[in-house]
Design a protein around this ligand. Structure first.
Ligand SMILES: Nc1ncnc2c1ncn2[C@@H]1O[C@H](COP(=O)(O)OP(=O)(O)OP(=O)(O)O)[C@@H](O)[C@H]1O
Ligand SMILES: [Mg+2]
Length: 254
């Protein structure tokens, strides 16, 4: 226990160019293999945390440290919008990161096929994004992240635009893959039920300025079945997260 965290944010503040204090003294350490979810009101800095963890932006004060030198190669980002290239087939869309890295097509072909299979999209290689449902587009976007064989996944409201059934199915599939691949996941959602179902740890953030209000350990074993989703324990955790979120709500709105 207490191994060096994979990503360690230590009292990080982030002030954007226009003076917005997006984060103030935020600390968060992600251990190898954790599934951490950030929840909190719009504008509390969740995406900013992910961008800092990905090294896309720099903190204004404080430090972000990664335990491994080649962390950039091990990290993949999944955004809310699938952002697929509409003119390219699914195969080409998923192959993109490998193409950018200069991997020749004959070498990447198997890996792309295998990844599509892993997210349940085998047989759709030749389809174009417009021919796919929202859930399938999200799977494609996930495949594009996974094809680089990452160890750390940063996911910013990846399933926010999906209906409840599709979301739960993708939640189950994501957890199964996470268990198989032993990724470290930093996940953002507005949906507290999703947060509790997926995570080992739910980090509740407060806004103005963005900071950690509290962390809730979800002490339930994996694999998390449908039984867990209907259990009293699950309900209790959901209620606890909800109560914390309410605490963060602006008094004007309550
Ligand atoms: N590039 C930017 N320049 C200036 N301000 C920004 C920038 N990006 C974010 N902000 C501001 O920083 C704060 C935190 O933004 P962030 O996008 O991290 O919040 P969030 O929790 O992800 O919100 P949401 O749930 O709506 O996605 C907000 O006040 C936002 O307006
Ligand atoms: Mg955001």
């Amino acid at each position: 226990m207490n191994a060096r965290p994979l990503i360690d944010m230590d009292r990080v503040s982030k002030v954007y160019g226009n003076g917005t204090v997006a984060l103030q003294e935020m600390s968060l350490a992600a251990q190898q293999g954790e599934f951490i979810t950030l929840v909190g009101a719009s504008g509390c800095g969740k995406s900013t945390v992910l961008r800092l963890a990905a090294g896309l932006i720099e903190p204004s004060t404080g430090r972000v440290q990664w335990s491994e030198d080649d962390w950039r190669k091990k990290l993949a980002f999944v955004f809310q919008e699938a952002a697929l290239m509409p003119w390219a087939s699914l195969l080409e869309n998923v192959r993109l990161p490998l193409k950018l890295a200069g991997v020749p097509q004959r070498k990447s072909r198997n890996l792309v096929q295998e990844t599509l299979h892993r997210v349940g999209l085998n047989g759709f290689e030749k389809s174009y994004p417009r021919q796919l449902s929202g859930g399938m587009k999200m799977r494609a976007s996930l495949a594009r992240a996974l094809v680089t064989q990452p160890e750390i996944l940063l996911m910013d409201e990846p399933f926010g635009a999906l209906d409840e059934m599709t979301r739960s199915k993708l939640n189950r599939d994501l957890l199964e893959l996470w268990q198989q691949q032993q990724w470290t996941v930093l996940f953002v959602t507005h949906n507290l039920y999703e947060a509790v179902y997926l995570s080992k740890r739910v980090v509740v953030m407060a806004a103005n300025p963005g900071r950690v209000l509290t962390e809730i350990e979800i002490d339930a074993p994996y694999p998390r079945t449908e039984e867990f989703r209907t259990s009293r324990l699950y309900n209790e955790y959901c209620r606890e997260v909800f109560a914390c979120l309410q605490e963060t709500a602006s008094p004007v709105l309550t």
